[in-house]
Design a protein around this ligand. Structure first.
Ligand SMILES: [Fe+2]
Length: 254
């Protein structure tokens, strides 16, 4: 997979770029098949607090997803962007994140504006849709360049735009309003989004019925986040038999 200096520059300046989906059709079909197979049991299971539900589903699907994360071209891409030889996976998820976040009783199935990490957090996330995220299917919306700006500054900007919609009689807490410079990402399975979740993002409203599945994982430089290590150990029984290289990539050893 070729990546130009201009694409890396676009990542650092705007927070994202796209690559053709690096997975084969066969790999995508296998992930799709396994996701459908594990979802009913995943839904019924009572995941302990501290286990990210999306990560649980990711590890339940197992090998084809592990291999996607370990794809040498993708690891190399993360190493180049982060400018380091050693990277590890600090977070991953499978399923419909908008459904999980929207479980707080809000009126619309939609994720509000937020950033998963500030300008000091170096991370490269890969996101591939299993189902196309059309405008009616809660597409991801990113605000280019905000990964490099102070969080309070961006939040205030979004809050003022929110108040300007005229819907509030009190200071709004969750922010959803359209920003004039946001990019709505109609993610088609033929493309993968390479981005930093330190870039402010939200989703559109899900009005369409049906699935909105995506797979995502984040690479970090040494010392970076390791959110899902305990979940991995909990779901994948034979992790102790893994090679040291595999354990290192998954943050199990340093
Ligand atoms: Fe997020």
């Amino acid at each position: 997979m070729d990546m130009t200096d201009q694409q890396i520059e676009h990542f650092h300046r705007h927070g994202f770029f796209f690559v053709p989906n690096p997975l084969s059709d066969e790999a995508m079909l296998e992930i799709d098949r396994r996701q459908r197979a594990v979802e009913p049991a995943w839904r019924k299971a009572d995941w302990a607090v501290g286990f990210n539900p999306g990560a649980c589903q990711f590890f339940l699907v197992g090998e084809p997803l592990l291999q996607a994360v370990e794809h040498p071209d993708i690891v190399n891409l993360a190493q180049r962007i982060l400018g380091c030889e050693e990277v590890h996976v600090g977070a991953c998820g499978l399923g419909d994140a908008s459904k999980i976040v929207s479980a707080d009783g809000r009126l619309q199935q939609q994720v509000h504006w937020h950033a998963d990490g500030g300008p000091e957090v170096e991370q490269v996330s890969l996101r591939t849709a299993l189902d196309r995220h059309d405008p009616s299917n809660a597409p991801l919306r990113v605000l280019p360049g905000t990964h490099a700006r102070p969080r309070e500054e961006v939040e205030e900007e979004l809050r003022q735009i929110e108040i300007a919609t005229g819907q509030y009689d009190e200071m709004p807490e969750c922010l959803f309003a359209k920003h004039p410079r946001e990019v709505e990402v109609i993610l088609d399975p033929r493309w993968s989004l390479v981005w930093t979740p330190s870039c402010w993002h939200a989703t559109g409203v899900k009005t369409a019925a049906g699935p909105r599945r995506a797979m995502a994982w984040n690479y970090f430089p040494p010392g970076g986040r390791k959110r899902d290590v305990e979940t991995l150990k909990h779901v994948i029984e034979n992790w102790e038999d893994w090679s040291d290289a595999r354990k290192r990539l998954w943050g199990l050893i340093t």
